[in-house]
Design a protein around this ligand. Sequence first.
Ligand SMILES: NC(=O)c1ccc[n+]([C@@H]2O[C@H](COP(=O)([O-])OP(=O)(O)OC[C@H]3O[C@@H](n4cnc5c(N)ncnc54)[C@H](OP(=O)(O)O)[C@@H]3O)[C@@H](O)[C@H]2O)c1
Length: 392
Amino acid sequence: MTGATGFLGHYVLRDLLVRGHQVVVLLRPPLADSSGRLQDMLKQIGLDAAAAAAGSGQLTLIEGALPDRLPEATWGRTDAVINCAASLELFANGNGDPFRTNTLGTEALIEWADRYGVTRVHAVSTAYTCGWNTGVIREVFHEPAPEFQTDYERSKWLAEGLLKQWGEQAGHVLTLFRPSFLIGDSQTGYTTQFAWFYQLARLVSKLKQQYRDPHNGDKTYIPLRIPGRPQDRQNIVPVDFVSQMMAEVVAQPRFHGRIYHLTNPEPPTNDMMKRCYEQYFGLHGGWFADPQEVVGKCSQAESLLWDQYHLLTPRVVHTPHFDTSNTQEVMAAAGLTFPALSQERIFMLLDYAAARRWGRRNGCHAGLTPPISATGLGHPSPGNSWPSVRDL
Ligand SMILES: NC(=O)c1ccc[n+]([C@@H]2O[C@H](COP(=O)([O-])OP(=O)(O)OC[C@H]3O[C@@H](n4cnc5c(N)ncnc54)[C@H](OP(=O)(O)O)[C@@H]3O)[C@@H](O)[C@H]2O)c1
C-alpha cells in the first residue's frame, strides 16, 4: 500500500488492519521519520500501529517512493496493490508534480505489480477526472478526454488510462475508487487536511473578525455577493465513509473490477452551506450572484473571501451529479449508510477545525493534536470505539 501517511491513507490502513489484513506499507524516506508520523496518525484514530508492527507482523513498513524508488518484494507474495499516494498539487510545479507522482507513479506501480505477478490493483483516483463534463457522471472511464480544470485532474485521468490498459490484460483485475472532496471524520470531526470546505470556513471566520462591531449586533451584517447558485450542490464526503467503503470492497473479491464513485448521495446545497456559515459564525447579509459578475470585481468584503478562494471557484459553478450504482450495491450488501451532513454534523466538523486553528496551529502538523471526543452526536471517541490490532 502506498500513501498510508495521507489523510485518506491512514484511515484506509486502519480499516484494513482492523479487518485482519496483512499490509506492507511503502513510506517515503527517511523511514524512521515517516514511521513515527504514521504511528502518531494512527494513534489519533485509535490504532496502536507499534503493537501491530512489533507483535503480529500484520504491518510491515518499507522505504520507497513513486515513481523511481520502489522496493524489492522481500516479504514474499503480494495479493494486491493499493495505491493511495498522490500529489494534490493543483497545477504543475517545478518538480514535475502532480504528473510525476500521479501518472508516472501509477505507471511504475503497475510495472512493479507485473514484475511480481500481482494481478489485483486497487487505485484511488478522484471523482473529478470527469473534468468539466456535466450531467450524470457514470462509474466508467471518461472518454474522450474531458476538458480539465487543473493539472491534478489531468494527471489522475492519465493515470486512469494507464490503469484501464493494465486492467484489460488477461488475468488482471482493476478496482478504481473515485472520492469527491474529502472532509473530516463524520463521528469526531478529526481531519489532517484543511482545504476547500475548511478554507472557505476559515475565510468566513476572518470576515467575521474583521467586521465584528459591538454596534452591529451579535449577527454581524456584511452585505456581499456569493458567486454561485443557491440550489447547486458541493460534493463533500467524510473520510471515514470513503475508507470503510474501500476496506469493504478490498475484502470481497466479488466487488473487485469496478469503478466506485465514493461521493455524497445528497450533497449540501450552496444555500444550506450559507445558512450553516451564517449561523455558526454569526453573520448575515450575503446573497447569491452570477460568478462572472463577482470574480475579479469584488468589494472589500468580497475580496476577503473570493480573492483567496478563486482557485476553487470553478468547482462552485460546476456541480455534476455522480452516479453511485456500484457504490450503493456495496453499501446495501455491507449494511453501510452514508453519514448525512446535517447542520449539527457540519458544526461538529467546523468545531474541530476551528479548535485546530484551521490547520495553522503553531506550525505543527495539524493532525497530530490530541484526539477529540465527538461533540453532540452521542458517539464515543475513536480511541474507544476502535480495537487496537493487538485486540484482533
Ligand atoms: N483529499 C481529497 O479531497 C481527495 C479527493 C478525491 C480524491 N483524493 C485522492 O485520494 C488519495 C489520497 O489523497 P489524500 O487526500 O489522502 O492525500 P494526502 O493527504 O496529500 O496524502 C498523500 C500521500 O501520498 C504520499 N505521497 C505523495 N507523493 C508521493 C510519492 N512521490 N511517492 C510515494 N508516496 C507519495 C504522501 O506521503 P508523505 O506523507 O510522505 O508526503 C501521503 O502519504 C489520492 O489518490 C487523491 O488523489 C483525495
